[in-house]
Design a protein around this ligand. Structure first.
Ligand code: 8BR
Length: 448
């Protein structure tokens, strides 16, 4: 039965995408700077800052000087843990650019990634928000006829390909992905250690995005263009800080975004999906729940983010049961119902490695099922081939076996909600797993 439903979902989804007027993604597009960290780079950096005689247990809360960056990187290497910290001042950013540099630049940020992953699909228009759009960032976007930036030409707002819309050159924001291998040896003054496993440390300088400042031009022009957009994928709250050097807090930046999203819904009639992503700070998560949840229609997350959210909402017992029981489906559904009852969300889409679950108020369970199956085909194809370009690529994804059934799959009506649980396709040796959550949630939302 599921294989037939998968085949049907592929045909239906491909067709339905062509009828969607337009999709906006915002407000976090950036450049990732990949740099391989080896013993000689560490030695070079240590020479610049002077020797380190001891390393603290935990990384610094924020990077305020070059020494903080080196210390945090070394702690990440010592533990083999993927920490991420924001760089807080421009001098340290410039120092890092000069002294660490990068081997390769790659498109980064949830909004850019979603736009990139959606662009091979037969969607008419995808408008990606990227600010500041420098030449370096613009050239990382793929060249596709359906991918646009909102920009000005002769004093008029227009949609242009990112590659034709950049205004300045240079790197003004970058997320350094400092990757190291297993067994990398670090010798400090009197002690040494080796990395227990390959991992990475991320140091990000992104003064505009980390305040989620939406440009005044975008806020004005999005309501002036004649082109129609029907869906908006909002994200980026995970790179906010709790507090800023100038004395503001995350809420000072979340409230204006929430109000702008509300305005977009009202004036453009867009449906809004928010992709939760992993937000380390409870203060930021709470502010997002309080201010953003009321203005969105749809929420997407994985099981770990979901347990954290339940915990924040006072469901500690259930969150614990989920974590300790390895996320049983029945408990996930219990949690979804609890969140639907406490919020005004119209749907929640939850993805795990073996199943996707959605819960809705909209009595559209068969569409939901088809949407989830289509998103599973995209995830399987991307894991299998590392990318997808054509309808035929997706046919390869559909051949990946659907994983063992547990008996819970299907459509259920519980209280006033429709619950859809589908078994997914899991690729045994995936070529790529980055960005899978983004593509599962965004495609599922568009087709729901
Ligand atoms: P996040 O990025 O939000 O954590 O989502 C990752 C999702 O990617 C998982 O929930 C799972 O559904 C999917 N995924 C992963 Br990870 N590995 C996969 C694989 N080998 N084949 C198919 N899907 C996979």
């Amino acid at each position: 039965m599921w294989e037939d439903l998968y085949k049907q979902a592929l045909e239906e989804g491909w067709e339905k995408l062509q009828n969607i007027p337009g999709v906006i993604t915002g407000f976090h597009s950036t450049i990732d700077g990949l740099k391989k960290v080896d013993a000689s780079l560490i030695e070079q950096l240590l020479k610049k800052i002077g020797t380190i005689t001891e390393l603290p247990e935990e990384p610094t809360s924020a990077i305020r000087k070059p020494e903080d960056l080196i210390i945090d990187l070394l702690i990440s290497i010592r533990e083999g843990l993927a920490y991420q910290r924001m760089i807080e001042n421009e001098e340290t950013f410039k120092w890092t650019l000069e002294n660490v540099g990068y081997d390769q630049l790659r498109l980064g940020g949830t909004s850019a990634n979603m736009a990139n992953l959606l662009s091979p699909l037969p969607l008419k228009k995808i408008l990606v928000y990227a600010n500041p759009l420098t030449r370096e960032l613009a050239e990382l976007f793929p060249e596709r006829d359906n991918l646009f930036i909102l920009t000005g030409e002769d004093g008029k707002p227009v949609l242009r390909s990112p590659r034709k819309a950049w205004k300045e050159e240079g790197i003004f924001a970058i997320h350094w992905i400092l990757e190291y291998g297993e067994g990398l040896r670090v010798d400090l003054n009197g002690f040494s250690f080796k990395s227990p496993r390959a991992n990475r440390f991320i140091a990000a300088w992104n003064p505009v995005n980390c305040r989620l400042r939406v440009s005044e031009e975008f806020k004005r022009d999005i309501f002036l263009i004649p082109e129609r957009f029907s869906h908006f994928l909002v994200s980026g709250f995970h790179i906010l800080l709790e507090r800023y050097p100038e004395g503001k807090t995350c809420e000072d930046f979340i409230i204006p975004v929430a109000s702008f999203v509300g305005e977009m819904k009202e004036k453009l009639g867009v449906k809004v999906h928010y992709e939760f992503a992993s937000i380390g700070s409870q203060m930021i998560r709470n502010s997002v729940v309080k201010n953003i949840f009321p203005v969105i229609d749809s929420l997407g997350l994985n099981e770990i983010e979901f347990a954290t959210l339940l915990n924040d909402l006072g469901e500690q017992e259930l969150a614990k049961e989920l974590r300790e029981g390895r996320f049983p489906i029945v408990k996930l559904v219990d949690g979804l119902i609890k969140i639907m009852k406490r919020t005004t969300l119209r749907r929640i889409q939850l993805h795990t490695l073996g199943h996707y679950i959605s819960i809705t108020r909209d009595k559209n369970e068969t569409e939901e099922r088809s949407a989830l199956l289509f998103s599973a085909i995209l995830a399987a194809t991307r894991s299998l081939l590392g990318k997808y370009e054509t309808f035929d690529d997706l046919k390869r994804g559909i051949e990946v076996p659907t994983i063992t059934l547990t008996g819970y799959e299907g459509i259920k009506n519980i209280d006033e909600f429709g619950v859809v649980i589908v078994p997914t396709k899991v690729v045994q040796s995936p070529k790529l797993t980055v960005g899978l959550g983004d593509i599962i949630s965004s495609s599922g939302f568009l087709l729901s």
